[in-house]
Write a protein that binds this ligand. Structure first.
Ligand code: ADP
Ligand code: MG
Ligand code: ZN
Length: 476
């Protein structure tokens, strides 16, 4: 029997507010343990939480960016459990009345296929602290700095059908969060976390199978490999005549497998109830519209504009708009240069190649958009060839010097003087009588040999179009 995977993702994104969700403690990362705490986030008796308005605005931004309906009234609940890094003994989270529901995110797969993934709900909640286990001593410590940091949870519909779609969805969600400027979406640092729910069903049938929930997926690669593993595991269970059981599984990245953490019987009963310390959250249309008006251009719209304004291929537009900073870099450079496709080729090929090799982000690029533009204008105005430009680029990275300065210093200006090139062409023809004979006898491939010889003689500086033209004239 052929099976079809059914996948739904729960994403927790840490919001980039200055202060926590229910108190005025700083959310700054990296402070000394337990220095960003107060009676509220330490769960002292008698304190009262006060909702941070910026958290609500950020959640509204994400809701609008994903076409959700924002609730005019939503509510916070207490999710009760004992955990050493949550001193109140409960987490404040929206539960039965979340701030937003019924949205969607559009994804584009590598082969160009498009798909819409439904968003079931978005809700706000507080993060827990961090346990620090000291491997050298039989103690664990707790750091409450993160306790009360605002999160939004984004729950997808079970619309995802493959590990690759899950990856594309997560990248799109992260890209939207970053364009909105509300989360840095860093999976490795834990500011963007994902749980994956996976089940399988016979292809062509309606009812969903029993799902397993995968936790501890802290990289895009792990999400995709954990889901792929889980699909295979469930197929084997069913293939062996067994039943998939509802459970939570932990991904073991070192062993490339998942391990059962707890079954349904052990599932928590959190005894949710409305938090009596917080009034219902009321949002009117005026507030919604004011947030909507202030939304920045989002990845999909920017991609459409790149296709239209710069006439880029879809593939290029997809890559360039995948991150706001990359799109900004491209546009800063493209506004100086005649042909946007040259900019796109250089940014996606040469520049991203370099940055990837050095593990740098676009913001850390050693070459600024203006500096790259200066180089590309030299190609466009035939001062240097594209090939020489690669050498100049490497030198720019190494020395930090400007393209023009390097070209002048090293005498790399392209030779476009026909008579100068003609002299070299004649010289090459004279020096290679045997090849000339073969070429004339019909071996057309030797053209490349002659071009190569002329380029070598001119140290790559001869204009290739002129070289080709002259060789054809003389040999043809
Ligand atoms: P919980 O809070 O117990 O995790 P939810 O109802 O909030 O349960 O569902 C969580 C996620 O599981 C959602 O993303 C949803 O799309 C997904 N999901 C629900 N049922 C299935 C299923 N049978 N197979 C795969 N994913 C599922
Ligand atoms: Mg869940
Ligand atoms: Zn506090």
């Amino acid at each position: 029997m052929e099976f079809e995977p059914v996948i739904g993702l729960e994403v927790h994104a840490q919001l980039k507010t200055n202060t926590k969700i229910f108190c005025s403690c700083s959310t700054k990362f990296g402070a000394d343990p337990n220095t960003h705490v107060c009676p509220v986030c330490l769960g002292m008796p008698g304190v009262l939480p006060v909702l941070n308005k910026t958290v609500v605005e950020y959640a509204m931004r994400m809701a609008l960016a994903t076409d959700c309906t924002i609730a005019h009234q939503s509510r916070f609940a207490r999710k009760n459990y004992f955990y050493p890094d949550l001193p109140k003994g409960y987490q404040i989270s929206q539960y039965e009345l979340p701030i937003a529901e019924h949205g969607h995110v559009n994804i584009t797969m590598e082969d160009g296929t498009k798909k819409r993934i439904g968003i079931t709900r978005i809700h706000m909640e507080e993060d827990a602290g961090k346990l620090i286990h000291d491997p050298t001593r039989p103690v664990s410590r707790v750091d409450f700095n993160r306790t009360g940091t605002p999160l939004i949870e984004i729950v997808s519909e079970p619309d995802i059908r493959s590990p690759e779609e899950a990856g594309a969805y997560l990248r799109q969600v992260r890209s939207i969060l970053r364009y909105l400027g509300i989360s840095d979406g860093n999976m490795e640092e834990g500011s963007f976390r994902c749980d994956a729910n996976v089940s399988i069903r016979p292809r062509g049938t309606e009812p969903f199978g029993t799902r397993a929930e995968l936790k501890n997926l802290n990289s895009f690669k792990y999400v995709e490999s954990a889901i792929a593993y889980e699909i295979k595991r469930q197929k084997m269970v069913i293939g062996d005549g067994g039943d998939v059981v509802q459970e939570t599984r932990l991904w073991d990245s070192a062993g490339n497998r998942s391990i059962s953490m707890r079954g349904k019987e052990e599932a928590h009963d959190y005894r949710y109830f409305p938090d009596p310390d917080l009034v219902p959250l009321v949002i009117d249309d005026e507030w919604i519209e004011s947030v909507r008006k202030r939304l920045p251009e989002l990845p999909e719209a920017r991609k459409a504009r790149f296709l239209d304004e710069y006439a880029l291929p879809e593939y290029d537009a997809d890559i360039l708009t995948s991150a706001k900073e990359l799109a900004d870099y491209f546009e800063d450079c493209a506004k100086e240069v005649e042909n946007p496709k040259i900019v796109s080729n250089w940014v996606m090929g040469t520049l991203l190649g370099l940055l990837n090799a050095e593990g740098k982000s676009i913001e850390e690029s050693p070459v600024s958009p203006a500096q790259l533009a200066e180089l590309l204008i030299l190609i466009e105005t035939s001062v240097i060839s594209g090939k020489i430009a690669k050498t100049v680029f490497d030198e720019m990275v190494k020395s930090g010097k400007a393209a023009k300065a390097i070209v002048e210093e090293k005498g790399l200006v392209q030779v476009t003087d026909e008579s100068a090139i003609e002299a070299v062409v004649d010289q090459v023809i004279d020096a290679n009588p045997a090849e000339v004979e073969k070429f004339k006898a019909g071996n057309a491939k030797l053209m490349g040999f002659f071009v190569g010889q002329v380029m070598r003689e001119t140290k790559g500086k001869a204009n290739p179009q002129i070289v080709n033209k002259l060789l054809k004239k003389k040999l043809g």
